[in-house]
Design a protein around this ligand. Structure first.
Ligand code: SAM
Length: 250
C-alpha cells in the first residue's frame, strides 16, 4: 500500500470526471504532438491513463496508444470512451511501478500530477521505467504541479461541484517533506456556502518536486535534451507557473 492507494482506488473514481477535463486533454495532446514533432502512427504510452482522456486524443490523431492504470473502474471508462470515439486503445491494468516495456514507444507521457505517489526512490524508479519504455530518440513528457508556485498559493480549503454534490478539499503542505496532503469530503447539499463539513471520502498525499529535483531525478546524462515549460501549452516555466512540464528526448 502506498499513501494514496486507497484514495485512488475508492475516492478518485467518484470525482475524476469533475477534475480531469476531456476538453483540456484535447488541447494538451495537440500541443504535445506538435512540440515533440510526433511522426504519423507513432507508438504512445500514457501512464497512468485514468479514464483515457489523453489516450483517446492521441488515438484520434492516428497514434497507437497503450494506456496503463491500476484502477479497473477508470480503465472500464476508458474502454467505453474509446468505443464511443471509435478508436482502439491497448489498456493494461498494472501498477506503474511494475511497467516493463523495453524500447517500444516514440512518446511516453505522465500527465496531471501523476508522479510523487511513492517514496522518492520509487518515484525515481518509475521515471526509469519510462526511460526504458522509449525507443532511442523517443520523448518523455511529464506534467505536474509546480511545487514552488503551490507553496505560495495553496488555499487551505477548496470546494468543487460534482454531479449535484460538492467536494470539499482540506489542503496542507508540509515544508519539511514537500508532501501535499489533502482530505476530501463529500457534502450532500450542493451549495458551496453550506456550513456542513461533509463526510470524509478519502485522503491523498503527493510528494511535490521542484524543477531542479525532478530534472535531477530524470538522470540528465541519460537524455539528449531536457526542456522545461510552465504548462502543456508551451508557457515558459517560472516560479509563478501553475504547472511544471518536462520534455526529455532519449
Ligand atoms: C490524477 S489521475 C491522472 C490520470 C490521467 N493521467 C489524466 O490526466 O486524466 C491519477 C491516476 O493514477 C492512477 N494511479 C494511482 N496510483 C497508481 C499506481 N500505483 N499504478 C497505476 N496507476 C495508478 C489512478 O487510478 C488515477 O487514474
Amino acid at each position: 500500500m502506498f499513501q494514496s492507494e486507497r484514495f485512488f482506488r475508492e475516492a478518485w473514481p467518484q470525482i475524476s470526471h469533475a477534475f480531469a477535463s476531456p476538453t483540456d486533454a484535447a488541447s494538451d495532446a495537440e500541443w504535445i504532438v506538435g512540440a515533440v514533432a510526433l511522426g504519423a502512427g507513432a507508438r504512445v504510452l500514457d501512464a497512468p491513463c485514468g479514464f483515457g482522456r489523453h489516450s483517446i486524443e492521441f488515438a484520434r490523431r492516428g497514434h497507437q496508444v497503450t494506456g496503463v492504470d491500476f484502477s479497473e473502474t477508470e480503465l472500464d471508462r476508458a474502454r467505453k470512451a474509446a468505443t464511443e470515439a471509435r478508436v482502439e486503445l491497448r489498456l493494461v491494468c498494472q501498477d506503474i511501478r511494475d511497467m516493463e516495456f523495453p524500447g517500444e514507444f516514440d512518446l511516453a507521457v505522465n500527465l496531471f500530477s501523476s508522479i510523487g505517489y511513492f517514496s522518492d526512490d520509487e518515484d525515481r524508479l518509475v521515471i526509469d521505467r519510462f526511460w526504458r519504455a522509449l525507443k532511442p530518440g523517443g520523448v518523455f513528457v511529464l506534467d505536474t504541479r509546480n511545487r514552488d508556485q503551490l507553496v505560495r498559493s495553496l488555499p487551505p480549503e477548496e470546494r468543487k461541484r460534482v454531479n449535484g454534490w460538492t467536494v470539499r478539499i482540506e489542503n496542507a503542505f508540509d515544508p519539511a517533506t514537500s508532501r501535499w496532503r489533502a482530505r476530501w469530503w463529500r457534502i450532500k447539499r450542493a451549495t458551496a456556502k453550506s456550513k456542513d463539513t461533509g463526510e470524509l471520502i478519502g485522503e491523498s498525499e503527493i510528494r511535490l518536486y521542484s524543477a531542479h529535483e525532478l530534472s535531477a531525478m530524470l538522470r540528465p546524462e541519460r537524455w539528449g535534451r531536457v526542456e522545461l515549460y510552465g504548462g502543456l501549452d508551451g508557457t515558459p516555466f517560472s516560479l509563478d507557473a501553475a504547472r511544471l512540464v518536462l520534455v526529455a528526448r532519449k
